[in-house]
Ligand binder design. Sequence first.
Ligand SMILES: [Zn+2]
Length: 380
Amino acid sequence: MTDTYLLGGHALIDGTLARADIRLREGLVAEIGPALRPAAGALVLEVTGFTMPGLIDAHTHISWAGTAPMPRTLEGVRARAEHNLRRMQRAGVTTIRDVGSLDGVALDASGGPGRHAANQIVCAVGGHGTEAAEQWRGLPSLAMEASGPQGFRAAVRAQVERGAGLIKLTLNAADLEVTPQEARAAVNEAHRLGRRVACHASVPEAIDIAIDVGVDTIEHGNGATPAQLDRMARAGIVLVPTVWIFQRSLALARRADGGSGAAWPPPAEIWQARVDAHRDVIRHAVASGTRVAAGTDAIQGFPPDALADEILALHALGLDPIDALHAATAGGAAALGMPELGRLGEGAPADVVVFDGAPDDVVTRRERPVAVFQRGRRVR
Ligand SMILES: [Zn+2]
């Protein structure tokens, strides 16, 4: 296989920007050095800016995201998912963690970024994940509803049998919907089967349960108290706050038309409260050392390739530019429990992105990559 050389630029390695050339070979980063000399016949890319690990979107719904109307056929939904994957990849996303898609769609997708998918959302009967069911009437469902500890265990097993690489569990919408016993049963069963649990918890009662039963990540976490964030930091639970989608939803809800295009638009006051809460949550997460991962949570009405918006939003709430990029690389890897991802080093997978500008430009101006490599293969 032909080697690829990225020459003349800088590289972002473990949070430090340094002058470095990079050689990719057989899907891996083979060599990083100050002045590599390409062999005859090698592919060479002159880097004017810097190279960094490929981005990880830690909270996607690939069968659901998109600004066009929801397709009415399964074929249409599958095409939408493939289209979303390609768009994300061109934006520099080389890995996604899909935390809920119509049954089978994310598992059956092909191409695009590396995919780690929960398949369906596991939730209470009529719980969070079922609200927008009208959008996929006649199609496979986004959610698998469960009741009682046995029911939650069975739902987790069903997702794993279908091929889920992780489990998505939702504990609340406006109010708590799942008992501590049900949550514990789901998490224990997932862990017994070697699957991590991404837990939607955004009110304090749900967040307490999530921490108590040992979930691996907390999604949104708007209502997290400082004490809860301290507990998360100590337990190594990763926070995937998805702040951009809340800010964007607030902007839509404020529009005169009431935010048409959003999946189920609550009034602006509710979005405002969630956005305000996130401000304090992110500030305390930074102070307490809680691990933060960047995720878009783009659903019906929102573009799939918005990770740059989430990175900028995290920066605006207090992460410095390098930490904001870290949230979209090593943070996502921590959410996945795959420390080999999200880092640039010899022997790491050759999932890398190249930018023309500096890290500050990428964060504050949402600069798009000039080149994207997926396991060493150039895809942009
Ligand atoms: Zn979500």
